[in-house]
Design a protein around this ligand. Structure first.
Ligand SMILES: Cc1cc2nc3c(=O)[nH]c(=O)nc-3n(C[C@H](O)[C@H](O)[C@H](O)COP(=O)(O)OP(=O)(O)OC[C@H]3O[C@@H](n4cnc5c(N)ncnc54)[C@H](O)[C@@H]3O)c2cc1C
Length: 142
């Protein structure tokens, strides 16, 4: 373990087991750095790990994880996002639509995609929900 994560070899193997995603420190052969704990990396690691496990079972060589991230997208509020894709930086509604489109594509099953699409569009035309934070004095005994 290193910084709470399992330090793995470049092909995501550790002695006798495999690890990927947030729980693992996976070296990225493309950049020479450790992979960040993001879904973008976990997803690519999963795809390679499947083929590495199959290769290992067949006694064939495994491949190193090497990935160049496409960029970053972050939602920063209602109908607004910031993006850096292939070095290009932009923001606003276009970045927001792109953010939503990409995330919608990633959500598994058609019914979930449809539900999310309807919920998102409903939320765009209705006022934001108020959340009751339930503040309480930590010194209270009850
Ligand atoms: C609020 C938030 C926002 C994020 N936003 C982004 C983003 O915009 N873009 C991005 O790329 N990444 C984002 N991330 C990071 C991304 O969610 C993680 O990097 C990604 O989910 C890691 O995938 P994983 O499969 O390694 O782990 P997880 O997705 O955490 O999956 C681990 C699974 O294992 C299950 N589990 C845990 N313990 C046990 C057990 N003992 N037995 C059985 N099952 C168990 C858990 O319930 C969970 O389902 C965000 C994370 C958070 C918390």
């Amino acid at each position: 373990m290193e910084r709470g994560r399992i330090r793995v070899n470049g092909d995501m193997s550790v002695t006798g087991v495999w690890a990927l995603g947030d729980c693992a420190l996976v070296p990225n052969a493309r950049s020479g750095e450790l992979s960040p704990p993001t879904a973008q990396f976990a997803d690519r690691q999963a795809r390679l790990l499947v083929s590495n496990i199959v290769a290992d079972l067949k006694g064939k060589p495994t491949r190193l994880f090497a990935y160049k991230p496409a960029g970053m997208l972050a939602s920063i509020g209602r109908n607004n996002s910031v993006a850096q894709i292939y070095g290009l930086r932009f923001s606003g509604l276009i970045a927001f639509m792109l953010w939503r489109g990409i995330y919608l594509l990633k959500v598994p099953t058609l019914s979930r995609k449809l539900r999310l699409f309807l919920e998102w569009n409903y939320a765009m035309v209705t006022p934001p929900d108020l959340v009751h934070l339930g503040f309480k004095n930590t010194g209270d005994s009850d």
